[in-house]
Design a protein around this ligand. Structure first.
Ligand SMILES: [Zn+2]
Ligand SMILES: [Zn+2]
Length: 438
């Protein structure tokens, strides 16, 4: 059977499951959960694997899972990833009333489409024509949030990284994977129903704690040391460094104060902050990170407070594999029209797929279907077909291109793009970045 015939069969199979795929995505959207806590979403994914008769492993990096769809031969193994987590967006109309979590980053589309890929490949019975395995992977915690909570989890030895994919790398869950395909949703714009290729910032994360001295805020403030004032001076110091960042390094630093004091009539003695230091390259990130630490210390020094700065691995910058991107581009163009497919530039957000991209060929294109800005209360599903179904089809078509004809395309890509880092180098690098003398 030709690639075109295989693709046609899979597209029909996905169309037959259209309502089911959309219903899965909507069920996840209405049950948003934060990273490393996605228990309901994980259970739904596992139930769907079972319904598809797939052998799977669960509990990877707490809520992650992995299901195998074997090919006729085992020449290459391709992972299709879907992220399980939501962000905090309490103003969102569909936010969880208790946690404030909402799917305003659209990860529910990734999980539904990942399962849709599995349904299409299995129902159309194309795997006997493919020379490699497909592995569906539900991955926890893409959003590197709740840093203080995750830092406690790190100290307890429950996780080592903010990001679920990084954790899966460390645990060896990607040791048997040769390449990875995923996508991210985006708001549809004219000419941008899909955006393929491009690069994006990496970052380093920090948890910061200023320690001052309590005193009665009215009666005896002269006896205290105001940790909030120290933190505010630290923030001002960061701002004073912004003019030293080069435009081409696309540095982004956006600290928040997560605890500003205990009671209004007590001089704040415990003030906590979280921040990322993002940039285009690791040297640029590390340079900006040293300046941030210097500024944070200056705030403490000014009022005689103490500051603890805990460096936590962020994500590596993103580098899409060019050949895989081209294959995806052709396929998504067949579905939405070439005039609606744009080429990605440099994005200043970050994702832990950047880490995966350093140890194997991988792609992270964008597909539309949403409306409203990501991470805000306005983010909605505007076009369920484009949001859930088109990405499932484009990923399944890409898999057929990679694995048909003896997996020739996939093997070429493996040959042409040796990994930038081995897993061991990757793990060592993050240790070095986060233990560097600030
Ligand atoms: Zn996000
Ligand atoms: Zn996202």
């Amino acid at each position: 059977m030709t690639k075109q015939e295989l693709k046609a069969k899979v597209l029909q199979a996905i169309d037959r499951r259209r309502d089911e795929i959309i219903a899965l995505g909507e069920q996840i959207r209405l049950n948003p959960e934060l990273g490393y806590k996605e228990h309901k979403t994980a259970a739904l994914v596992e139930k769907t694997y079972e319904a598809l008769g797939l052998k799977h492993t669960r509990g990877l990096a707490i809520t992650g899972s992995k299901a195998e769809i074997p090919g006729a031969e085992q020449r290459v193994r391709i992972a299709v990833m879907g992220e399980l987590d939501a962000v905090v967006c309490p103003e969102h109309p569909d936010a969880d009333p208790e946690t404030g979590a909402a799917h305003s980053c659209g990860h529910n589309a990734q999980v539904a489409a990942m399962l849709g890929v599995g349904m299409g490949l299995i129902d159309a019975n194309v795997m006997p024509h493919l020379a490699g395995d497909v592995v569906l992977m539900a991955v926890p915690a893409e959003e590197p949030v709740e840093i203080e909570w995750r830092q406690r989890m790190r100290e307890m030895g429950k996780i080592s990284f903010l990001g679920g994919k990084q954790e899966l790398i460390k645990l060896g869950a990607l040791d048997d994977i040769d390449m990875t395909i995923m996508f991210h949703s985006t708001s549809t714009a004219p000419g941008r129903h899909a955006v393929v290729g491009g690069t994006a910032n990496g970052f380093i994360a920090k948890f910061i704690r200023y320690r001052g001295k309590e005193a009665h805020a009215g009666g005896a403030p002269h006896l205290g040391i105001n940790a909030l004032n120290a933190a505010i001076l630290g923030l001002q110091g960061i701002h004073a460094n912004r003019e030293t960042f080069k435009d081409e390094d696309t540095i982004r630093i956006h600290p928040i104060i997560t605890k500003g004091g205990d009671l209004v009539n007590i001089i704040p003695a415990d003030v906590r902050m979280e921040t990322y230091v993002r940039g285009r390259t690791m040297p640029a990130i590390l340079d900006a990170s040293r300046k941030v630490n210097r500024a944070l210390r200056a705030g403490a020094l000014a009022v005689g407070a103490e500051v603890d700065i805990i460096e936590i691995p962020g994500f590596l910058p993103r580098v899409n594999n060019p050949d895989m991107s081209e294959i995806f581009r052709k396929n998504v163009a067949e579905l939405v029209g070439a005039e609606n497919v744009a080429t990605g530039g440099h994005g200043t957000g970050s994702s832990d797929i950047g880490d995966v991209m350093h140890i194997m060929p991988a792609i992270h294109p964008y597909v539309g279907g949403a409306a409203g800005a990501g991470h805000t209360k306005d983010y909605t599903v505007a076009d369920p077909e484009l949001f859930y179904i088109v990405p499932a089809k484009a990923m399944a078509m890409t898999i057929i291109d990679l694995l048909a004809d003896g997996a020739e395309e996939a093997l070429n890509i493996k040959r042409n793009y040796p990994p930038l880092l081995t897993k061991e180098e990757y793990l060592r690098q993050w240790e070095e970045f986060c233990s560097a003398e600030a």
